[in-house]
Design a binder for this molecule. Structure first.
Ligand code: WT7
Length: 657
């Protein structure tokens, strides 16, 4: 690993603290006895991992044409799973449940931020998706076309995604917190034909707009979009482009509710989802149908011990991230589960809103992120104590390493000291859970994601790609192809090979550092590349640096992720200003807003520090490690490899001054 990169795996103090964590929590006898997966599953999967996944694919999905080959890896690293099989994702998520007599089961309970609520049974949701599919087709959308989805957490987001899948159109959901510029670059990269958005949503008790960002994104000519469908959500006035814009309630509500799903090839693209990499340009991660759905459905059932007839499941993730794709739109519906969807912020109108919802809907499986848990810890445990949380049976965590204190609080305060915690490690690229305890089997340890999912080959290797022994750390890799793996980067096969498959031979390089403890359990240690994790959201240092230097006042910029008690990491930027900008007292605010405009509010730096120089190696690489020391309030470490070793001195004295 180069000097210029961030964390060295396996050497951090945090790790040493973590490894002194030796509490263990076995599942209760009752839980184990009723669990969906039984202990023999690991042996079964290890004996023949392809046969294991073939069995899951056949049991959990309905195929129009059965597959003839489980895995074709002859063109590695480009995988084909379930070769020759055909199926329809929307049929699997909806119609078949209705055909099987589950039409009256609630698929989605929706709760809006202002307190409005509605629910959809499987029969109703199927009808809505059929109408949306007909409406989109009437706008000229066909199999293989791309659709940009820029929507809040409302049922229409799920309906849109499934309507696309039904037709074979490829959705590209763009998180509503991204700016017009970010939306445009994603529309351009995928050459989207249709955009689905809403007038807006509600955020902290106030209407918050979305449509204006779509208008701004499409202002400059030369784009591929022919129609924009707009859901009326908050009723705020919007600009209207005749001929391009259409109201959802006009085109979808008037469409026919008859729509026959056509089977698609197992490898037909299901969606593209952009995520940050180590360069400035986001990568369009491509997922296909059969493998993605099989692993999504299996993990949702196994990791959360889903009993679809009785559980009420709630994943708090936004549809704009992969968690919302896999564990809101696809897996729960494929599995016939009942889920809650909540539009707003956790503290509106009060800090007990989430727990009020758990009580109201009798949520039994909850899936959220460590940053949310830490925020709730700060608000105090007397808030959840006011609500009846006794329905909770399983608690999931995702997005970043969960510190043992947060883990213990989650278990004790939310889980009544009995609900197993499942910490799930995975990525946009992996499509579904890769490391996670099985709640009826695994003795869980606070802070560890623990065990590879059955049928998944995870390892930790050293610089040379050698597997490390227990008790040692290194780089997290995946040794065998897995069904939900990305099939590439949209339009850029070389970048796919280069990013994930060039670091080690025949292994997928995840970009995370990890350690195996003495039992061989996995502990995740954060990214080893230039990717930051802020509140479980993935941001690229390079992308924010590019945004900063695109402002006329900035000569150079370096961004680091500094550890932050609540958000895990926080963005801290160091900038060198151009001569004429130095005296501007508003410069920090201006630059924060500029980053907000270029990328989105989530990327705004917590701090921007104006410095006279940046620390660079002789080859010109910025030594972010030293900047991270400063951002985290430490004495800067060894700077002997700097081209000019007075630079750190200059920086610290300028910050003091
Ligand atoms: C990166 C992937 C997976 C859905 C949400 C994020 C980090 C994710 C964990 C976990 C430690 C985790 C990794 C990974 N990460 N889950 N349970 N423990 N780290 O998806 O935006 O693609 O980010 O999130 O660093 O590489 P993503």
């Amino acid at each position: 690993m180069s000097e210029a990169n961030g964390t060295q795996p396996a050497t951090s103090d945090a790790l040493e603290n973590l490894l002194q964590e030796n509490r263990k929590f076995a599942p209760s006898e009752e839980f184990a006895a009723n669990a969906v997966v039984k202990p023999g599953i690991y042996e079964e999967a290890d004996a023949d991992h392809e046969a294991f996944w073939a069995k899951q694919a056949r049991e959990l999905l309905s195929w129009n044409e059965d597959f003839t080959q489980t895995l074709d890896w002859s063109d590695a690293p480009f995988a084909k799973w379930f070769v020759g099989g055909t199926l329809n994702a929307a049929y699997n998520a909806l119609d078949r449940h209705v055909e099987n007599g589950l039409g009256d089961r609630v698929a989605i309970y929706f709760e809006g931020e202002p307190g409005d609520s509605r629910s959809y049974t499987y029969a109703q949701l199927t009808e809505e998706v059929k109408k949306a599919a007909n409406a989109f087709e009437s706008l000229g959308l066909a199999k293989g076309d791309r659709v940009a989805v820029y929507l809040p957490m409302i049922p229409e987001a799920v309906i849109t995604m499934l309507a696309c899948a039904r037709i074979g159109a490829i959705h590209s959901v763009v998180f509503g917190g991204f700016s017009a510029d970010a939306l445009r670059s994603r529309i351009d990269d995928a050459e989207a034909k249709l955009v689905v958005t809403s007038d807006g949503t509600y955020r902290r008790g106030k209407p918050s707009p979305l449509k204006p960002a779509v208008d701004a994104a499409l202002e400059a000519k030369g784009h591929s979009v022919s129609s924009v469908v707009v859901v009326k959500r908050n009723g705020e006035p919007v600009d209207w482009h005749e001929g391009r814009d259409r109201w959802w309630h006009e085109v979808v509500e008037s469409a026919s509710a008859d729509h026959t799903p056509v089977p698609h090839d197992a490898e037909h693209p299901l969606f593209i989802l952009y995520t940050s990499g180590t360069t400035g340009k986001p990568k369009g991660i491509l997922h296909t149908t059969g493998g993605f759905l099989a692993q999504s459905a299996f993990t949702h059932k196994a990791t959360f011990d889903l009993h679809a007839e009785t559980d009420v499941y709630w994943c708090t993730a936004d549809i704009g991230w992969v968690t919302g794709h896999t564990y809101v739109t696809y897996a729960p519906l494929i599995n016939g589960a009942t889920q809650l969807m909540y539009e707003g912020t956790p503290d509106t109108p009060h800090q007990g809103r989430w727990w009020e919802l758990v009580e109201k809907y009798k949520v039994s499986i909850m899936y959220t992120a460590p940053t949310a848990i830490r925020t709730m810890m700060k608000w105090g445990e007397d808030i959840p104590a006011k609500f009846d949380l006794s329905s909770i049976r399983v608690l999931g965590s995702v997005g970043e390493p969960i510190n043992p204190e947060a883990w213990m609080w989650y278990r004790r305060v939310i889980g009544g000291d009995k609900a197993p915690i499942v910490d799930t490690w995975w990525q946009t690229e992996t499509g579904a859970h890769m490391i996670a305890p099985m709640p009826g089997i695994t003795e869980t340890k606070p802070g560890s994601a623990q065990t590879p999912v059955p049928g998944i080959a995870v390892d930790v290797v050293d610089e040379m790609g050698q597997s490390v022994p227990n008790g040692h750390g290194g780089y997290l890799v995946i040794r065998k192809p897995w069904p939900a793996m990305l099939r590439g980067i949209w339009g850029d096969p070389e970048r796919y090979k280069e990013t994930y498959w060039s670091r080690f031979d025949n292994m997928y390089f995840a970009g995370d550092g990890a350690k195996k403890d003495d039992d061989g359990d996995f502990w995740l240690l954060g990214r080893v590349d230039d990717v930051m994790n802020v509140s479980g959201h993935r941001l690229s240092t390079t992308e924010i640096e590019s945004a900063l230097v695109s402002h006329p006042s900035v000569a150079e910029a370096a961004v680091v992720g500094a550890s932050d008690e609540t958000t895990g990491e926080a963005v801290v930027a160091f900038v060198i200003l151009r001569g004429n900008a130095v005296e501007d007292p508003e410069i920090v605010t201006t630059l924060r807003n500029h980053v907000g405009k270029e990328i989105g509010p989530i990327a705004k730096p917590r701090q921007i520090l104006v410095v006279p120089e940046l620390p660079k190696t002789r080859s010109g690489k910025i030594m972010r490690r030293l900047l991270k020391d400063i951002a985290e309030g430490r004495e800067a470490g060894d700077s002997s490899t700097l081209a000019d070793n007075t630079v750190m001195q200059q920086i610290t004295s300028s910050l003091k001054g």
